[in-house]
Design a binder for this molecule. Sequence first.
Ligand code: SF4
Length: 346
Amino acid sequence: MEIIKKDIRALSKEQLREFFVAQGDQEFRGNQVYEWLWNKGAHKFEDMTNISKQTRQMLEDHFVINHIEVDQMQRSNDGTIKNAVRLHDGLIVESVLIPTKKRTTACVSSQVGCSLDCKFCATSRLKRMRNLNPDEIFDQVVAIDKESRLYFNKPLTNIVFMGMGEPLMNYNNVLKAIDKITSPEGLGMSPKRIVVSTSGVPKMIKKMADDDVKFGLAVSLHSAIDDVRTSIMPFNATFPLADLREALEYWYAKTKNLITYEYVVWDGINDSKKDVEALIQFCKFAPSKVNLIEYNPIDDGQFQQADNAALDMYISMLEANNITVTVRRSRGKDIDAACGQLANKS
Ligand code: SF4
């Protein structure tokens, strides 16, 4: 009978220590192996040079180390890098490294495909196949950190969960991955440099507030009018704006953290004065920042970026209401790495 070996990285440090004690070894061996797995990024038991050969063989008999491979790396004219990442079961997700003068940001995926169905997003065309495990999320970050050091001579500075998938639909694994990313035994990054971007799952936003998370929250809003939002993000019919707003009020009351809204202005969809007024009403209850994101059309051309006059109207009306507004130019368009374009096309 074939023994199905467990992924050793599914074990917590505590569980690893208990495993070694159960094997008649010492607790600290668990710490050593944990460090190899999470801090030194070992992909093979034989790499664990301060562990005896006999113990490494015992680990080999019980476990596997599932790890990702960067299957294909593409570099954009603007320096952006897109990784097609092969998971242990052969499925592919994408992650992106976005360099600017001051920082390098990793945009990572949380699911294979997506549970949601935003009409403007290429990922929505892929059905959700599964959630990523914490180690698969962590490994995307490690791979991008290495590329950041190699190509830009600096470690990764920021992470956004804005790749494939809705991170709050894979909340536990995203949280575990962030734990590893921020822990000194992992990458030791500050949680303040991490932003989880959600399309707005009210119950989970409240849970994040209750869990007292230290990373930032961004909401892909795109419209503050229910009918419009439902037409472009159909799950809004299930989680309407009133519920989202209530959850955000709860989040703000608990965390006092600024809320970032991701927002694309499309021609003929949300480019009127009424749309801006609704956005102001929606977000002015708490300190807010609106990121106006340049849109990258996907195949059918149904969605087109609004003209500069519409963008200027958004900027002036938001600023007049003391709402911070930034315009984010898209990066990596030539390699389909820009926002909303991730669809395993490479
Ligand atoms: S925008 Fe985000 S939540 Fe919506 S379908 Fe795309 S990946 Fe999923």
